[in-house]
Design a protein around this ligand. Structure first.
Ligand code: GLA
Length: 403
């Protein structure tokens, strides 16, 4: 009996060793979001109008514009793809998305990955079918379709479950919310498919403190972004102090990019992208790629700036100091390098009184040789140097050997 038991144990070990040798890594052990996820999401431009055709066109353009080569990999469908559940509870797509499996295959055939959207409530934010009571079933459906990324948005779960179950107890409401995210995280893991989990609950209950432990790969830290400088800058400011929570596999998410949307000036687009890179933020473009202007493409595909965002050290940058309306952000990079972003956040500082750099406040001493990542030219930073930056613009410098 004992011999039989140890023999079968040995066979089991042998079988699993051979299996491990034949298959690549077991899906459960594959790591996702080792650097902040990069890609494109439908919401910020298409919102509720997005269709299968828009997703295919975006996938095509991500490849043909060079965005894929620059690192944009996830093509994410946001809200409004959902249809009705059938008698067995299986969720179907609506008429805008005739065949999700075929769409996923198409996106994969381009060497890209595909993302989808749902929420823990009965309805999504746009009032479509949510995952409440169908978490495992939905996770399995995503896996069958070949989905690689899920954005899970709280919305109707607040009134329908949290406030209903614990009307006068905020702390209990938060526990219910955390359990809902944990449930979907476990459901995704149980499918065996590596799927990035993006939490969207607007930063409630210091999400950065608990999301990594339940397997969240990124979490929104604020309410929604919009293509306006004040909103973008306010969101960036709210990231200061959250740097210690970010790291490989788990990132603060100041929301998707508005680069190329609305009436943002070129300077504002540049500064938005710079700040997201300093913040080690997910870079999910949200513009209409079919009408993307060359100067917007140049911002989104600036390899030097993307390299800051994707730096393998995975350290989120900090707001080092501010001098009135001018703010200096820095980010530690692999190999001892540092990125310095000087942001003219306001609009009432003029060349009569330019900003003067204080290197000591950055822990630097003497002349610093670097590269201006927006002009691509060498630049030397010196102490007390007067620096003129137009309103809402930025100077972004990479210093490889800081002193
Ligand atoms: C919320 C989210 C947005 C978007 C919409 C979709 O507002 O924060 O990013 O997903 O829902 O309805």
């Amino acid at each position: 009996m004992r011999i039989f038991a140890s023999l079968s144990a040995a066979l089991l070990v042998f079988a699993s060793l051979t299996a491990a040798a034949q298959t690549p890594a077991a899906p459960q052990t594959q790591m996702v979001a080792q650097t902040p996820p990069m890609g494109w999401n439908s919401w910020n431009y298409f919102a509720e109008k997005v269709t299968d055709k828009d997703i295919r066109a975006s996938a095509d353009l991500i490849v043909s514009t060079g965005m894929k080569d620059a690192g944009y990999i996830y093509v994410n469908i946001d809200d409004t793809w959902e249809g009705e559940r059938d008698a067995s509870g299986v969720l179907h797509t609506n008429a805008k998305f005739p065949d999700m499996k075929a769409l996923a295959d198409y996106v994969h055939s381009k060497g890209l990955k595909i993302g989808i959207y749902s929420g823990p409530g009965p309805k999504t934010c746009a009032g479509f079918e949510g995952s409440l009571g169908h978490e495992q079933q939905d996770a399995e459906l995503y896996a069958r379709w070949g989905i690689d990324y899920l954005k899970y948005d709280l919305c109707s779960f607040i009134p329908a479950v949290m406030m209903k179950q614990a009307p006068n107890d905020k702390a209990e409401q938060m526990r219910i919310m955390i359990a809902a995210y944990d449930k979907m995280s476990k459901a995704l893991k149980a499918t065996g498919r590596p799927i990035v989990l993006s939490l969207c609950q607007y930063g409630w209950d210091a999400v950065w403190e608990w999301a990594p432990a339940l397997g969240g790969n990124l979490w929104r830290t604020t309410g929604d972004i919009s293509p306006h400088w004040d909103r973008i800058y306010s969101i960036a400011s709210q990231q200061a102090g959250l740097e210690s929570y970010a790291g490989s596999g788990h990132w603060n998410d100041p929301d998707m990019l508005e680069v190329g949307n609305g009436k943002l000036s070129l300077a504002e687009n540049r500064t938005h992208f710079t700040l997201w890179a300093i913040l080690a933020a997910p870079l999910l473009a949200g513009n209409d790629l079919t009408t993307m202007k060359p100067e917007i493409k140049a911002i989104l595909t600036n390899r030097d700036v993307i390299a800051i965002d994707q730096d393998p050290l995975g350290r989120q940058g900090i707001r080092a100091y501010s001098d009135g309306e001018v703010e200096v952000w820095t980010r530690q990079l692999q190999g001892g390098a540092i990125a310095v972003a000087i942001v003219a956040a306001g609009d009432s500082r003029y060349s009569t009184h330019p900003f003067h750099l204080n290197l000591a406040k950055l822990g630097l001493h003497g002349q610093q040789a670097g590269k201006d990542l927006w002009t691509g030219k060498p630049i030397t930073l010196t102490d007390n140097q007067p620096i003129e930056i137009e309103s809402h613009d930025v100077l972004l410098v990479r210093i490889d050997a800081p002193r």
